[in-house]
Design a protein around this ligand. Structure first.
Ligand code: NAP
Length: 259
């Protein structure tokens, strides 16, 4: 399928690995030039080199912490007026409701709510002026079905979801579409580290922890970054112009709900 976005420009945040990398690769495959971001410079540069080599697009790596104002300024300086923005950052750590203090919430809100909002505020005016834009926010299945140990994530992502619900409808008339992608369990470093905490808590092996989790997913397996990226690229495509403010689950059926 021709996604109709060849030659467009995209910022993909937190994209040297995992789901962000999957989105970057799928956009590159569609012919989109990229600014990709992550904190570790070496891994990021290697990712940029690989993606550019594989798809023949321009890929500019910007090493920065996207949850900080300086980090965002660096990324935006490299591409001030993108056509496409994919918001992403690392997820907050797991824990218990009584562990979390104000500072923990502020960190989670900064990373998973206020950072993507700041990025949107920076790029939406340019997209609206052009009459075309796409924003995809990577959130989590926890928005629809809370994951108890990820209370910090549940809280911050619910806040972002509320913001997108309203804002997407304020900008849709200017040809700008904002949607959220909600990953269930995907085979990335993040899933591995959550599995490691199950290993520590339950005294089982990593293979057992993975099998235990896979058994809770109707598809019977973890998702892949490639599958995730494909949906992201579709949402960023010309074909997705009538999809506004949606929360799209990619979870192998894990959330047991009709709607
Ligand atoms: P991952 O495999 O650990 O990859 C995270 C990527 O983000 C890396 O490239 C990392 O590079 C970068 N990154 C992390 N913090 C950053 C920051 N502050 N600034 C810039 N770059 C940053 O994680 P993932 O599985 O792709 O997860 C992506 C998001 O989806 C997370 O928020 C996660 O909570 C959420 N999610 C994932 C799953 C899943 O099953 N994988 C499920 C639900 C939700 P550096 O470390 O070098 O910065």
């Amino acid at each position: 399928m021709d996604l109709g976005i060849k030659g467009k420009q995209a910022i993909v945040c937190a994209a040297s690995k995992g789901l962000g990398r999957g989105c970057a690769e799928a956009l590159a495959e569609a012919g989109v030039d990229l600014v990709i971001n992550a904190r570790s410079d070496g891994v990021l540069r290697e990712a940029a080199r690989e993606i550019a080599g594989k798809y023949g697009v321009k890929v500019t790596p910007v090493a920065a912490d996207i949850t900080t104002e300086e980090g965002r300024a660096k990324v935006l300086a490299a591409m001030p007026a993108p056509d496409i923005l994919v918001n992403n950052a690392g997820g907050p750590p797991p824990g218990m409701w009584h562990d979390w203090e104000r500072e923990d919430f502020i960190k989670a809100l900064d990373a998973n709510m206020l950072a993507p909002i700041a990025m949107m505020k920076a790029v939406l005016p340019g997209m609206m002026d052009k009459g075309w834009g796409r924003v995809v926010n990577i959130t989590s299945q926890s928005v629809k079905s809370p994951i108890a140990v990820l209370g910090l994530s549940n809280s911050a992502r619910a806040g972002l979801t509320g913001y997108v619900g309203g804002t997407s409808r304020q900008v849709a008339g200017s040809g700008v579409n904002i949607n959220n992608l909600l990953p269930g369990i995907h085979a990335t470093d993040r899933a591995m580290s959550l599995d490691q905490s199950v290993v520590a808590a339950q005294g089982i092996t990593l293979e057992e922890a993975k099998a235990q989790r896979a058994a809770t997913i109707p598809a019977g397996r973890y998702g892949t970054s490639e599958e995730f990226g494909a949906m992201c690229a579709f949402l960023c495509s010309q074909k997705a112009g009538y999809i506004v403010g949606q929360n799209i689950l990619l979870d192998g059926g894990a959330v047991n709900a009709t709607f």
